[in-house]
Design a protein around this ligand. Structure first.
Ligand code: IMP
Length: 178
């Protein structure tokens, strides 16, 4: 087991890259099967989902487009409850099938806010694809269509996810110690 130090916290390996990529490939297969012929627009939520988005997109073989939004709600290891939109969506999504690509659904507040913003633009359908869900922390009722993995409530970093801006570059996912 590998251990890393980021600022004041130690983390140990939790989900190795190989397992992550197996689950990402399964999600890609589900999307290829469900959305062929619907010309989806993938909306990737920066910063955390950049690695998941790249690995997912490489495994999609249906005609599709991608765009990015940037939201933030976390400071350190906990959510502030306020969701800031740092970069919005400029694409016309009316009548379009949209797939939100997120790194992790924790309380679900970020996702709820994004859904409200996108629904106001009259898409045909909105689906959610997330790498991770912490089911025990969900505070809102969300229908999540594609989930790579469910995880416990602990704070994690790596594969795009950060602790105070650091740790996004690791290819495995690490869990905080104690
Ligand atoms: P939510 O609004 O509480 O669902 O939080 C969603 C956002 O919080 C995610 O997009 C992540 O950026 C961040 N987040 C939640 N849990 C973790 C974690 O364990 N590690 C790193 N970031 C996290």
């Amino acid at each position: 087991m590998d251990t890393i130090q980021i600022k004041d916290k130690r983390f140990t390996t939790f989900i190795p890259e190989e397992k992550i990529l197996t689950e990402v490939a399964r999600v890609a297969d589900e999307i290829n099967r469900d959305l062929s012929g619907s010309d989806p627009l993938f909306v990737s939520v920066l910063n955390g989902s950049f690695m998941f988005t790249a690995d997912l997109m490489k495994r999609l073989d249906i005609p599709c487009e991608i765009s990015f939004v940037k939201l933030a709600s976390y400071e350190g290891t906990s959510t502030t409850g306020r969701v800031k939109e740092l970069v919005g969506l400029n694409d016309d999504i009316s009548g379009r099938t949209v797939v939100i690509v997120e790194d992790i659904v924790d309380t679900g507040l970020t996702m709820q806010r994004l859904l409200e913003t996108l629904r106001a633009k009259n898409p045909k359908d909105i689906r959610i694809a997330t790498l991770l869900v912490k089911p025990d922390k969900l505070q809102v009722d969300l229908k999540i269509d594609y989930v790579a993995m469910n995880i416990p409530n602990d704070f994690i970093v790596g594969y795009g996810l950060d602790y105070d801006g650091y740790g996004r570059n690791f290819r495995d996912i690490y869990i905080v110690e104690d």
